[in-house]
Design a protein around this ligand. Structure first.
Ligand code: GDP
Ligand code: IMO
Ligand code: MG
Length: 421
């Protein structure tokens, strides 16, 4: 049996915290896509940890963690992260497994990402510059190196071949930054990777399922960054939606049970691209300040706005979300009035559908207002104790999306999560 937790907006919905909360109920936590562009924050005691490559179940002794074939892996980031989790007493050689089919991010991928963004100028995607796009291009272009390849004694030669291809591409971009320091740490990290558990991920996970073990698939990024269904071309390069679970882990669709979709009580986006409900005013600033909306991976300020129910309902549809988890509800404690976007006006026409190409239209969000609750909700432990005004806000989201909010998160801590029934 497989359940999933994935983001329904433009990433940073609080997936790390939610996976960490639910992890004790599972035997395996598996990342199925994305790479070090992700930054998943959780707390171990009062210590904040941001995970980029390692699944967010790593701090639970009884769960094992799998980096699936759908992920792109930067060995350098992985090594650093392993050191961090080891400092908490976690033994990655016991509870971390990596699929042989996972694609490797090489230093020239990072250089190509940078060169491509520079060449795009004002039209840049706002990539995290972690090499994600170039690494996935090499996967679909059938050039990539995969984790299973590092066991082969010809790895260095295969690496040199790929590197030469990349250097030609970089020359076309007139990009000639020295990457030798990156290469040195890359090969050190490859040596380290060799000491970890490298497995046939698809057999690993299907054996677990056959043994009756419970698997939790952890998504990275968010549905509106999906390469097919997001705000293309301002997206990431993987399927962040539930379809990515099957191809990113090697499991069959009928194994999947619940899809928990995580949404903030409002909305953020980092990087470029359309964001219909963005607030370029003081309210947006207030959301950023109260929500501490700065990227967990790049530190960039996140763009902020009210919740977009058109996009949220679309994400529920694409993913087959069975339960919603609403995070950062406590950040709305401070507002007199809240707005939610219930439709878009595009060229004078009102629609509740996400258009094919958001970038070519001026989208005017249509709002419905709600009263704020104006009290501190971060200490509340039960649904019945939450203010009625918050329940009214949540009920509207339930009705609009047709999916029930099953949990409300009212703070960054593991214990700050309220079940709605
Ligand atoms: P992820 O990428 O989806 O895992 O999310 P990030 O870790 O990038 O960003 C979410 C941020 O919000 C982190 O700093 C979390 O500690 C924090 N957070 C998560 N849930 C809540 C919540 O309910 N309330 C508050 N105030 N912060 C939260
Ligand atoms: P988590 O898992 C928020 C955004 C980047 C950029 C676009 C493409 O923490 O939610 P990429 O590096 O993938 O080429 O960047 O996608 N992006 C994210 N935004 N959270 C993330 O991950 C993101 N991963 C990528 O800002 O706009
Ligand atoms: Mg994040």
């Amino acid at each position: 049996m497989v359940d999933a937790i994935l983001g329904l907006q433009w990433g940073d919905e609080g997936k790390g915290k939610i996976v960490d909360f639910f992890a004790p109920g599972y035997d395996v936590i598996a990342r199925f896509q994305g790479g070090p562009n992700a930054g998943h924050t959780l707390y171990v005691g009062d210590k904040k940890v941001v995970l980029h490559q390692i699944p967010s179940g790593v701090f639970h002794e009884k769960t094992v963690n799998l980096i699936g074939n759908g992920v792109v892996l930067d060995p350098v980031t992985l090594k650093k992260e392993c050191d961090i989790v080891a400092s908490f007493g976690v033994d990655v050689r016991k509870n971390l497994f990596i699929s042989k089919r996972t694609n490797i991010i090489v230093p020239t991928h990072r250089a190509l990402d940078k060169a491509s963004e520079l060449a795009k100028g004002n039209d840049k995607i706002g990539s995290t510059l972690k090499g994600i796009g170039p690494a996935y291009m090499d996967k679909t272009g059938r050039n990539a190196l995969r984790v299973g390849d590092i066991i082969d004694h010809n790895f260095k030669q295969a690496y040199q071949q790929l590197r030469s291809k990349h250097l030609q591409l970089l020359a076309n971009f007139n990009f000639n930054e020295d990457i030798s320091a990156w290469e040195q740490e890359f090969f050190e990290a490859i040596e380290f990777l060799r000491t970890l558990n490298i497995v046939n991920g698809e057999y690993f996970i299907n054996d677990k399922i056959a043994q009756g073990k419970k698997v939790l698939a952890e998504g990275a990024q968010g549905s509106m960054l999906d390469v097919d269904f997001g705000t293309f071309p301002f997206v990431t390069s993987s399927n962040t939606t539930s379809s990515g679970i099957c191809s990113g882990l090697g499991i069959a669709p009928q194994q999947i049970r619940d899809i928990l979709g995580v949404t903030k009580a409002y909305c953020t986006r980092v990087g470029s691209g359309p964001f219909p409900t963005e607030l370029l005013n003081e309210t947006g600033e207030t959301l950023r300040k109260l929500g501490n909306e700065f990227g967990a991976t790049t530190g960039r300020p996140r763009r902020c706005g009210w919740i977009d129910l058109v996009a949220l309902r679309y994400a529920c549809m694409i993913n087959g979300v069975t339960k919603l988890v609403m995070t950062k509800a406590d950040i709305l404690d401070h507002f007199d009035q809240l707005e939610v976007c219930t439709s878009y006006k595009i060229d004078g026409q009102e629609t509740k559908e996400v258009p094919f190409q958001m970038t070519q239209h001026a989208i005017e969000p249509q709002w419905k207002s709600f009263s704020g609750w104006k009290c501190n909700t971060s200490e509340i432990k039960t649904f019945s104790a939450l203010p009625q005004t918050m329940k009214t806000y949540v009920d509207f989201i339930n009705d609009y999306t047709g999916v029930k909010v099953s949990h409300i998160s009212n703070g960054p801590g593991r214990e700050q999560l309220i079940a709605t029934e």
